[in-house]
Design a protein around this ligand. Sequence first.
Ligand code: BGC
Length: 743
Amino acid sequence: MTELTKEQKQRVEELLSKMTLDEKIGQMNQESVSIVGGFDVSFEELIEMMTDGRISKEEFGKIMNTAETDYHEEDIRKGLVGSLMVQDPKIANELQKIAVKESRLGIPLIFGLDVIHGFRSVYPIAIAEAGTFEPELFEKTAAMAARESRAAGVVWHFAPMIDVARDARWGRVSEGPGEDPYLASVFAGAKVRGLQNDHSSAENYVAACLKHFVGYGACEAGRDYNTVSMANHVLYNNYLVPFREAVKEGAQTVMASFNDLNGVPNTVNPFALKKLLKEQYGLQGFVVSDANAIRECVIHGIAEDEKDAGMQAANAGMDMDMGTEIYAKYLKTAVETGRVSVETVNDAVRRILRVKTWLGLFDHPYVTKEAMERYETLPQEHVALSLEAAEKSIVLLKNENELLPLKRDMKISLVGKLAESREEIIGAWAMSWKEKDCVTILEGMQQEFSQVSYFPCGGPADVISEEDIQKAGEYGDVIVAVLGELVSMSGEASSRSDITMPGRQKELLQKLLATGKPVVLVLMNGRPLALQWESEKISAIVEGWHLGIQMGNAIAHVLSGTCAPEGKLASSFPAVTGQCPVYYNHPNTGRPAGKSKFTSRYLDAPFDALYPFGFGLHYTTFEYSRLKVEECEQELHISVSLKNTGKREGTETVQFYMQDIAATLVRPVRELKGFTKVTLQPGEEKTEEYTLAKENMGFWNNEGVYRLEDGIFHIYAGGNSRDTLMQEIEVTFEHVITDRDYD
Ligand code: BGC
């Protein structure tokens, strides 16, 4: 990322010196666009009424058609608004004009939005794309989203979402890069680079917002917004790692999480915001609260009233208030009465103005006409990139007797309502996609195969059609069943206590099996599912996640073998929900699960994941051999031999793990330390090498101090986190220098 020049910094200081306290507080205020008029209840209540069925979608639509939108024009004119969430370039330009031309100091607005996995060209949800183990691809898709959104006036993405998440019941696992801190860090860095680094034109980059800082992914029992309780060393070694790396990469902004950390909600937590983020990690830009979070501090039980919540948030280092107007209402008095210092306000405003300067908003505040027209039709390279990401994200979970790939001229009965849906391939949080860009699975299959008949049969929330099942059984040589979750079943506020296939889909599968035809299960879902039954009964299972606009083509290409599956799981799949949280990098305990009853196990369920982190099959097979580990001054040189022992070309992700056998704190049974990807022809053999810097072999203790401890380590290599080769090595760390020592 480019630093501000001395002159730019000076300009920020000059501007700051001219601002009144009201104008400064205005910069710290992000307004939400509100819907007003025409009805007696609040907009939020109206949405609730529709959600719980008190009014129908049609009635809601009618009310909204007569309602007016409040864009806070008057406050913008007075310099009392710093940011808004808008995604229409014409509206963005109109509001920006008021800020730039009509407010006293002409400070531009910063328009933000949740662009989590694509703007117009929606690509796979993050948990899926992380499974490509290709950060370069993640960087490219992010850069594409940056260009598309900037052409609509959105210059600030509330992304990447980099909450490490171990509990698949939590609906937001869909938005992040999975359960592993190393993979999450590598992907976090890639996304920041993709969003922020192309400064060849002011139209090519946006500011990233890392979220949610921190620990949100560890909400108890996987229930969204729930309390979080964790040991410090777990926080330091897992949940903080991707944030630390992404701030180092130059991320401009960070969003604080709703949850409490050691009893203090992060919205008002000076340890999280000031000490860690700003002092230790060196965040240059600003921190924004999550939606309404400052107000919720009262309900949380940490603030007496809104005034108190605002004062605590400002003093904790919260620079911008998302959506509550509490700063706008109370911060001035808090400063005048000495409860919040002018320096605190100045620091926040300086950070916000610096990000606006870095974005080039003072020189390029508007969306140009050319930009507005640029994506009326999606460019071919955006379609191609969405397809590549979708294809590479698909994970083959099971393929008994090589049922897949399917022959092009086979008669295929395509089943499942999800197969014909456009909105269900898009995934939670996408807002700016267009129906005309989407390829359904039905369309993709019809393109790829010559004989496809579609029998809806049912879906995640439907009744089962016996007639369709019978016809599907009669027609096809094979049944391809597209089942799983609706988009609304993952994402925010979408936790599930039972993560087996929702609705009557197991019954549907049973009936399809009873037709006697082979069944391929193609899954569409936003979280790992508990697939114990399916893994026993169904011959072939393809994990398709929510892959975005090109999902239909991607699935069809993988089923036909035009493109071989190469994705891996970024998140472990439990056999049954009761195992949650299940994750590969757990500590051993003194009684690891074994045959004896008195070990850490269940009486009625497996201990281990059904499909572990890093897992994914191919249309070929790979054999690992000759793992070698050598110590070379400050590095370990690891090499392993990989042979394609099957009949087709395949691309494998070679994964390198480590275990610190004895340390001053118990360490995980395995920790991912690196990976490479390699494509091999049938019979071809290659040696894959990986260099592990010794400085990366340590861990943080409960005081947040990074420690490198001499001793025995096990190094593992393999195609997933469970099936690996192992080599032992003794390592000493004298003179290794790291930048991770914190007081
Ligand atoms: C979510 C954030 C999101 C924000 C703004 C919140 O409810 O937790 O992830 O960025 O809304 O839409």
